[in-house]
Design a protein around this ligand. Structure first.
Ligand code: KG4
Ligand code: ZN
Length: 381
């Protein structure tokens, strides 16, 4: 990639309608590949990012209702994209001083989440992007939502990977933990353009387990942040098992942990009965500790096995303070660089889709015709 480009990014994979405008230009800085490499990392500037949440719609159902989510996306997509364009300002970047805000003419590519996710939701974003592409003749960058999470911590990687300002800091190999509502994936990144999945959940995703435990405890949707908030107030966490913590592979299982919470509730409170506020906090803290323990232990085992120089954490559950703190602490102890996005880039947003699109371009991806783009609910990383 030689010249600066502007990307309009669209995300509708679940229950957030989001759009963002990003500008990317190749950085003159050296890459973290190691000495002698000619690769330059892109410099990414977020010009705007708009997220319209559907929490108020799904709250009364205790979870996302796919058809209701799709209907809300249909209603929100145009105003959200219009707002992202209106909010963006490229006046001081790369000599386009005369413009007040980005318009469709200043966009080079349209990035859109193609999957994985809820198919009725994905279709809204993908078909909107295709229609826009047809009307404006701007090609599309179809983005895997999980790639959005994977690359979301790396905006801070650019433009200068060396905090000391001298030489290059070696950050690869890197172990990347992606924890969201639908996925729990541990990957080995040998380089910015070279990753492989080491393991994933064999049943529930980490975020899904947080949400289901919250539901058992009659906590409001979305459950993850609520479990996390109450856990912080506990003085005596309940001890729960740590499924697959000692298994030889890098897979995870959270369904057993969720069932352990269910049995604990049945045995100490009674089926269908509500635990006291103190017990609720202690259950939240015990569950969270067990989940964090498994995630951190397996991440560090992979660090050791692959001689990793750094760790990254992303996905909605990366907003969890206990998990962020635990991985940050371990990274300090083992002298690893730790990458985690700010909380607003952890839960679903279009900025991360734009960031992933930037790295895809950087890694050599060629944007495609709208005719080649299709929503795929099971798209794999
Ligand atoms: O990445 P994300 O926004 O959507 C998916 O791609 O699935 O992740 C949403 C998940 C939900 O399960 C939500 O409960 C969880 O992230 N989550 C949290 C926290 N904030 C969001 N889980 C634990 N602690 C949090 N603070
Ligand atoms: Zn997500």
């Amino acid at each position: 990639m030689k010249k600066s480009v502007v990307i309009l990014a669209i995300e509708t994979s679940c229950d957030e309608t989001a759009a963002a405008v990003l500008e990317i230009k190749p950085s003159p800085q050296p890459s973290p590949r190691g000495r002698g490499s000619k690769t330059v990392l892109p410099q990414i500037k977020t010009l705007s990012s708009v997220v319209k949440s559907q929490i108020s719609i799904h709250k009364s159902f205790g979870g996302v209702v796919p058809e209701a989510a799709a209907r809300a996306h249909v209603k929100n997509i145009l105003p959200v994209v219009k707002k992202a364009l209106a909010d963006s300002d490229i006046a001081d970047f790369d000599g386009r001083q005369n413009q007040q805000s980005t318009n469709l003419n200043s966009i080079d590519f349209i990035a859109v989440t193609a999957g994985p996710g809820l198919i009725p939701s994905l279709i809204v974003g993908v078909e909107f992007a295709k229609a826009l592409s047809l009307a404006t003749v701007k090609p599309i960058i179809p983005v895997n939502h999980m790639l959005g999470h994977l690359y979301s911590p790396f905006k801070t990687l650019t433009p200068n990977p060396s905090p000391k300002g001298r030489g290059e800091q070696k950050i690869f190999p890197m172990i990347s933990l992606i924890v969201s509502g639908g996925h729990t994936i541990l990957t080995l990144m040998k380089n910015i353009d070279d990753y492989k999945v080491l393991g994933q959940t064999v049943d529930d995703a980490a975020g899904e387990a947080f949400d289901k435990v919250a539901k058992m405890l009659n906590l409001p949707y979305p459950g993850g942040p609520e479990v996390s908030r109450l856990a912080e107030k506990s003085k005596s966490p309940v001890q729960f098992p740590r499924p697959m913590i000692n298994s030889k592979n890098y897979d995870f299982s959270f369904s057993g942990l969720k069932t352990a919470v269910l049995y604990y509730l049945r045995d100490t409170v009674g089926e269908g009965l509500k635990p006291s506020p103190t017990k609720t906090k202690n259950i939240c803290a015990g569950f969270q500790q067990a989940a964090v323990d498994v995630l951190v232990t397996k991440t560090l085992r992979a660090v050791k096995e692959y001689g990793a120089k750094s760790v990254s954490l992303s996905g909605g559950v990366a907003a969890n303070k206990a998990l962020r703190d635990a991985l940050n602490l371990k990274s300090k102890i083992f002298n690893l660089k730790f990458f985690v996005p700010p909380q607003n880039l952890c839960t679903d947003n279009a900025e991360m889709i734009g960031i992933a699109a930037c790295f895809m371009l950087h890694n050599g991806f060629k944007p495609v015709s709208y005719k080649k783009v299709k929503a795929n609910s099971n798209l794999e990383l």
